[in-house]
Design a protein around this ligand. Structure first.
Ligand SMILES: [Zn+2]
Ligand SMILES: [Zn+2]
Length: 484
């Protein structure tokens, strides 16, 4: 009953939610430039009765919007950054930029934020009703708080990791979020942590033949650093990775001793503490390379984010709610559009779901259920094995600091490639709207269970403590600022 009222509230506010999704799609602002998007969220949330704080954690386009009082505190995570170079006409069936070189919502974050807003709106309604009930019965202690977090720059700066450094996630008893995808599922498993540091070496330019003894080569330093790291690879764990790109080789003239050269290093592991340690070792190799070549260098922290810590307790709660609420259903017209869009990429052999990459039996089962070239209008079986995504998300830094749960809701056809024009096109259709609204409902219903049943949160917390006992090391240095 309580859930029905909250879900109805989301349905009643559908126009506001979808309007936000479309406006954010049109703004298509990239990482940390989401000023209009942030302003729109803050305006709508204020109108909806939330207490809004803009620019939290010294990030101008981050915000928090809270409602209610007391414990538990449930956080809902919104993202709203777009990707450069992906401008695209909405609802189209061919690649057609709206603006040459413009940006577009190739990861569906216009929907992600709107779905999170939907959840917050529904939860607010639930908390309002419960507060009224409690005050009628004479109780004055708050029955709980919801905070919608505006997390900018997911694609470019990992703002959630900065917010973790500043202690924002410690305030929460649980965090819930979602991501648009090609299927409906509760996400489980882990992902890779990742830290990027740029090393710029400074030497002395000189005629490479006339006065080689006067030159000190920054390019030599980069090359020696890379060789040092190749030797390091033998002495790191199976779960670690090191990648690099030479971002400045010091020019195109071999007869000049290169005075400046730059290399960008990316260190990964499926445990953040290990990535941080490995990053320090790479830094020592840079020092060695500078010593060998009599050059100097400076290092610039670029970004860092953690692996995700799964929480089965929360996943089970979410799955029950997903089962009860079902999945978005699509009209003939929407299915026809999705089918035609699916003809524009090669996704026929793709099997959806985070569990499909981890378990062949599960993948087999899912492949029999899925629509190879259309919408996967069903809920994937609940995957309880160990899934692992080699990619990275800054939701990881939330999950190291409070029990965190994510779902996927089908917002585009099976196998639709990430960061593609097809995603941008589909994110501006009714298919996208339905995904956002539905995600909001599942997250809202899951949160209500957590407000209603203290035991569930205690169980989620106990699991969280057990899973994070190796310890969280924030990848963001104390003095780093979120920047493009
Ligand atoms: Zn993305
Ligand atoms: Zn994304």
């Amino acid at each position: 009953m309580k859930k029905d009222i909250a879900i109805l509230e989301i349905e009643n506010k559908r126009d506001i939610i979808c309007d936000v999704a479309d406006k954010i799609w049109e703004y298509a602002e990239i990482s940390l430039q989401e000023y209009k998007s942030c302003d729109l969220y803050c305006k709508v949330l204020e109108e909806e009765g939330f207490a809004v704080e803009k620019g939290i954690c010294n990030i101008p386009t981050a915000f928090s919007a809270s409602f209610g009082s007391g414990k538990p505190v449930i956080g809902i995570l919104a993202e709203y950054d777009a990707l450069s170079g992906l401008s695209q006409e909405g609802g189209a069936l061919l690649e057609k930029p709206l603006e040459q070189g413009g940006s577009g919502h190739g990861c569906g974050h216009n929907l992600l934020g709107a779905g999170a807003l939907a959840a917050a709106i529904g939860i607010k309604k639930y908390l309002e009703d419960r507060t009224k009930e409690e005050s009628d019965s004479g109780s004055s202690k708050g029955c709980g708080t919801v905070i919608l977090y505006g997390c900018p720059g997911e694609e470019g700066c990992a703002s959630k990791a900065f917010m973790a450094r500043d202690g924002e996630w410690d305030k929460l008893d649980a965090a819930l979020t979602w991501h648009p995808a090609d299927c409906n599922e509760v996400v489980t498993g882990s992902s890779n942590s990742c830290i990027q540091v740029q090393y710029t070496f400074h030497g002395i330019a000189s005629h490479a033949s006339g006065a080689p003894e006067k030159g000190r080569s920054a390019l030599d330093a980069v090359e020696l650093m890379n060789i040092g790291v190749q030797f390091l690879r033998e002495h790191m764990s199976e779960r670690a990775r090191v990648h690099y790109a030479i971002t400045d080789a010091g020019g195109v003239s071999p007869n000049v001793v290169q005075p400046r050269a730059q290399v960008l290093y990316m260190v990964r592991s499926n445990h953040i503490a290990e990535a941080v340690e490995l990053q320090k070792r790479v830094g020592k190799i840079a020092e060695g390379a500078a010593l060998m070549t009599e050059t100097t260098f400076d290092r610039k922290f670029v970004d860092g984010l953690s692996d995700t810590v799964t929480n089965r307790t929360l996943e089970k709660v979410a799955y029950r709610n997903f089962e009860e609420l079902g999945v978005p259903s699509h009209s003939e017209e929407e299915l026809e559009y999705a089918g035609k869009l699916a003809m524009t990429f090669d996704g026929a052999g793709s099997v959806p779901g985070v569990g499909s990459g981890a378990d062949t039996d599960y993948a087999d089962k899912v492949s029999k259920m899925c629509t190879p070239q259309g919408m996967n209008d069903f809920l994937l079986p609940h995957f309880m094995g160990d899934a692992f995504e080699p990619s990275s998300t800054d939701v990881g830094d939330v999950s190291w600091n409070c029990p965190t749960m994510q779902i996927h809701v089908a917002a585009w056809p099976n196998g639709c490639p990430g960061h593609s024009w097809q995603n941008v096109a589909c994110a501006r259709t009714e298919i996208g709207h339905k995904a956002a609204v539905h995600a909001g409902k599942v997250l809202c219903a899951t949160a209500i269970d957590l407000f209603e049943n203290e035991d569930l949160l205690n169980e989620a917390k106990a699991e969280f403590i057990e899973r994070t006992k190796e310890g969280y090391v924030c990848p963001i240095p104390a003095d780093a600022i979120a920047e493009i």
